[in-house]
Design a protein around this ligand. Sequence first.
Ligand code: GUN
Ligand code: ZN
Length: 436
Amino acid sequence: MTTTLLRGRLLSFHRAPLSLADSQSYLYEEDGGLLVEDGLITAIGLYADVKAKAAEDTVEIDHRPHLIMPGFIDMHLHFPQMQVIASYAANLLEWLNTYTFPEECRFVESAHADRIATHFYDELIRHGTTTAVAYCSVHKTSADAFFAEAMRRNMRMVGGKVMMDRNAPQGLLDTPEMGYDETRQVISDWHGKGRNHVAITPRFAITSTPAQMEATSALAREFPDLHIQTHLSENHDEIRFTCELYPDAIDYTDIYARYGLLGRKSLFGHCIHLSEREADAMSEAGAVAVHCPTSNLFLGSGLFPLKALARREKPVRIGVATDIGGGSSYSMLRTMDEAYKIQQLLGERLNPLESYYLMTRGNAEALSLADRIGTLEPGTEADLVVLDATATPAMALKMEVVKTLPEELFLLQTMGDDRAIAETYVAGVALKAGLC
Ligand code: GUN
Ligand code: ZN
């Protein structure tokens, strides 16, 4: 048994903060100790108290004065789009057709998929992300590469082979039968192996025929515990085209509802332009709207009404994500900086406690996985990030005048990126130092 005692300033959320003054919503330990045994957190508290409980041969790592938090969770990104980032396009559909679909065709080659998988996990770890929810390409090879590398690094990952059978290049199309059969094969090969979760992944209604949506529906009925991920209401042209393809549906959300894809395990990327009816339907089903701020700004898709959706009488569950490669940064810190700015433009306030809650426990709850990840609670998995608010000279200078924890968090979010990640632990093992 390997036992490690981490010393540092500890921060973990109990629930969503109601305001910046809501100190009851989190645990903060100035001189904290976190005991990790065989990949699990077994004790948390004052360093001196936790040390007293630790066995004599415990390895001690001192991260003071850095902040130790649960590892970041990225709720939506595309594994085959690492080389799509920074592609110059007018809007979503042009970006998909010009750059994204051709690039994803390359993932039929397992050597390419394997190479990108290595880079993918390196970037997640470099940026302090310990769990991510990813779209692979339509090819089973891409899912195999994605899950094999997750197992090698012992990371808790969610991913799915994309199902798409129209409105894309031939090299990127399956059929309703193939999509169904290969998804079943991916489930049987990878779901529950290591820390892997397979998600049922119809790309979006534009690229699936009604017959493929039926097949997706069948998978959702056969595997009710699996997550379902797709895209919803990202861009006005996309919405218009989608509704033309499904003329019987009341609106975009109703398309997914008709195929039984609206539930508590359903993760909908974007959801920027939902009507009140759609937001009600999402809320009633307990489905999750996943906000991808850097992508929404980069593609000019729109301003996600995060605060308005969260405070509705029928609130919508919300997750946050990078959406690589429509998104422009792997960093959840950069992501929440852009989320903050979007709320500013909407005349709303997103306070730093809310941001850090969302990146950790909030996303874990949105995934129904908060009993395993997203907090520092004993019994949960020791996926951790160590944050250094003095990582750059400019940050260190600003830190000289920072007086409170929320101010430090806000500085990290506003100025931080991978340089502010001092260490990333996956199931108790320090992995960042192993990179570069
Ligand atoms: N909608 C369908 N596919 C995609 C994708 O790859 N990225 C984004 N941002 N939106 C999509
Ligand atoms: Zn996406």
